[in-house]
Design a protein around this ligand. Structure first.
Ligand code: NAD
Length: 537
């Protein structure tokens, strides 16, 4: 990789692919062919993928039909039957080797992430870190979480009960483009650890990144066939994924999530849904303003705001409002923008023309209804086809689309508050409940505020990375932001059915030893009272 230099055209000058040495980067055709060769696709159709970095074609991806999806599930099911019999410790070994391979091949993975998604390299690195953390966490804890365990039986000493964890079978994973490496892999890594196979349908924009991840898993020792990949528009083949899966993991918009949930309900299968948000941050009166401003920049503009846990609303205490806004605007204006694969870009490109259109529409609508733009607000085609400036708005009200709708871009609205309880109530408004942040010097007080927020994750003195990176902690949304949790033990156990096996010893659970029904009831009543007195559960 070429490190960015002052004067680099991608960083601070007109974007001219002709003169950018990195724009000549193309994947080795043989590598593209081996990656796309993994897709179960017999339609003969391909879809072109263009890079948001320079709008040049990256690859032509073979497309799957619903029948191909059925075939992918059939192959995965065969592989899963063998895999489920593999000891958990052996599965963990594969994940640990995968962890090492992801770190060894990080540069190549980050190149591909940048070319396919347009994000800044530093945010591509976040994906490397998240996948490695996830693989290590489940490798190290998975066998213990899945282990058979004993629980008390109905009659102590007479009833022996064990609880087993049985893999669901084949898990369908439908993933988005915004974190194309980790969203394609992190759920499936846990599913595989639990003894399942996976059929993955990544977003059409970011197929190659997902396929490279699957290649690394196989190099790490996952049996070929265990992790199948299909390609195509969600509305065309998403239904077939739901139709054949034993469990579905979906990450994407709330609208699509509802459709997936309805399909799963019809088949009586489980699903976990990681959906959108309109995530609030609270800057309390005792906050360290500099620290809060630094956190707000990362919380609002990481991945150009195309992050499910990104902050889009900031509620600032009156006492620190001016000081905070001053520091937040100054720090935002110091960010470097650009489209490229090198280090040194703070805010990368949006992923597509559609995303640019949505972000522009939200800002234009807010301005038309009277919002003030404190910084940003403009498309920057001079830096890349879909680069948009990090934008801070003031005076956003319910008449504006960006008040309650997710923008999913680098746009954040500031709101002032005097009463903390009122700020919490305003932060809790709306349908979403994914992530929140609270900044305050008194961390115990900030945690009390955090507990009052109706969000699945809340970060104190950090925007999102503290919860996101803590893989032992469950992550997911309340209300319209999702269903179920990834990460932590919950993130593994969702891929299993619990099976209870109870063995009755010596006496049956019925009148015996000469007791008739009435005496049996009397004896049992006495036993129930005694067990309560003894403090038994
Ligand atoms: P999207 O719902 O349009 O697409 C996500 C995935 O679903 C893609 O693979 C797409 O092909 C597929 N899909 C689309 N329609 C489908 C259908 N009818 N049936 C089955 N699959 C279908 O979402 P998007 O706009 O591409 O992604 C951005 C959204 O994802 C944002 O709202 C964001 O908040 C959310 N997101 C959430 C998380 C999280 O962890 N909570 C993470 C990333 C993104």
């Amino acid at each position: 990789m070429t490190a960015p230099r002052p004067g680099d055209p991608l960083l601070d000058g007109p974007h001219d692919p002709e003169h950018d040495p990195r724009a000549s980067y193309v994947l080795e055709p043989s590598h593209v062919a081996s990656l796309t060769g993994r897709i179960v696709a017999t339609t003969g159709r391909t879809a072109e993928v263009r890079s948001p970095v320079n709008d040049a074609p990256l690859a032509h991806v073979p497309q799957s039909s619903p029948e191909d999806v059925a075939e992918a599930f059939a192959r995965a099911r065969t592989a899963q039957q063998v895999w489920a019999g593999t000891p958990a410790e052996a599965r963990a070994e594969v994940l640990l080797r995968f962890h090492d391979l992801v770190l060894e091949r990080a540069e190549e993975v980050m190149d591909l992430i940048c070319w396919e998604s347009g994000k800044a390299r530093t945010h591509a690195f976040d994906e490397i870190g998240h996948v490695a953390l996830t693989a290590r966490y489940y490798a190290r804890t998975g066998a213990g979480t899945l282990a058979r365990r004993r629980v008390p039986g109905v009659v102590p000493g007479l009833t022996r009960v064990e609880v087993n964890r049985v893999a669901k079978g084949v898990v369908g994973v439908i993933s988005p483009w915004n974190y194309p490496f980790t969203m394609a892999l992190c759920d499936g890594v846990a599913a595989v650890m639990a003894g399942n196979a996976v059929v993955l349908k990544p977003d059409a924009q970011t197929m190659l990144t997902a396929l490279l991840g699957v290649e690394l898993l196989e190099l790490a020792g996952a049996p070929r066939g265990l992790w199948q990949v299909v390609a195509g528009p969600g509305p065309e083949i998403g239904g077939a994924v739901v139709a054949h899966a034993d469990y579905v993991c979906f990450t994407g918009s709330t609208a699509t999530g509802r459709r997936i949930a309805a399909g799963c309900a019809e088949r009586l299968i489980g699903c976990s849904l990681e959906l959108g948000g309109k995530n609030p941050m609270l800057v309390l009166a005792d906050a360290d303003v500099e620290r809060a401003a630094e956190g707000a920049v990362r919380a609002s503009f990481s991945n150009a705001g195309q992050l499910c846990v990104s902050t889009e609303r900031i509620f600032v205490a009156d006492a620190v409002y001016e000081a905070f806004v001053d520091r937040f605007v100054a720090r935002t204006q110091a960010l470097s923008l650009g489209a490229g694969t090198g280090w040194g870009i703070d805010v990368g490109s949006l992923v597509s023309a559609a995303q640019l259109e949505k972000v522009t529409a939200h800002v234009d609508d807010a301005v038309a209804h009277g919002a003030a733009v404190l910084t940003g607000g403009r498309h920057r085609p001079d830096l890349g086809p879909y680069v948009f400036e990090p934008t801070i708005l003031e005076g956003v009200n319910p008449s504006m689309a960006c008040f309650a709708e997710e923008t999913f871009g680098p746009v954040v609205a500031l709101h002032r508050f005097t009463d903390e309880a009122d700020a919490v109530a305003r932060a809790n408004e709306g349908d979403f409940g994914l992530n929140a942040a609270v900044f305050g010097r008194d961390a115990a007080h900030a945690r009390r505020v955090a507990r009052a927020l109706h969000c699945g994750t809340v970060n104190v003195n950090e925007g999102f990375a503290a919860t996101f990176g803590s893989i032992a902690a469950p992550m997911g949304g309340m209300r319209s932001s999702g269903l179920g949790r990834r990460q932590g033990a919950e993130g593994l156990l969702r891929f299993t059915e619990s099976q209870s096996v109870a063995t009755q010893r010596l006496l049956p659970l019925a009148p015996s030893l000469g007791l008739d029904d009435r005496r049996y009831a009397v004896a049992l009543t006495a036993a129930l009272r005694a067990m309560k007195r003894l403090g038994r559960a």
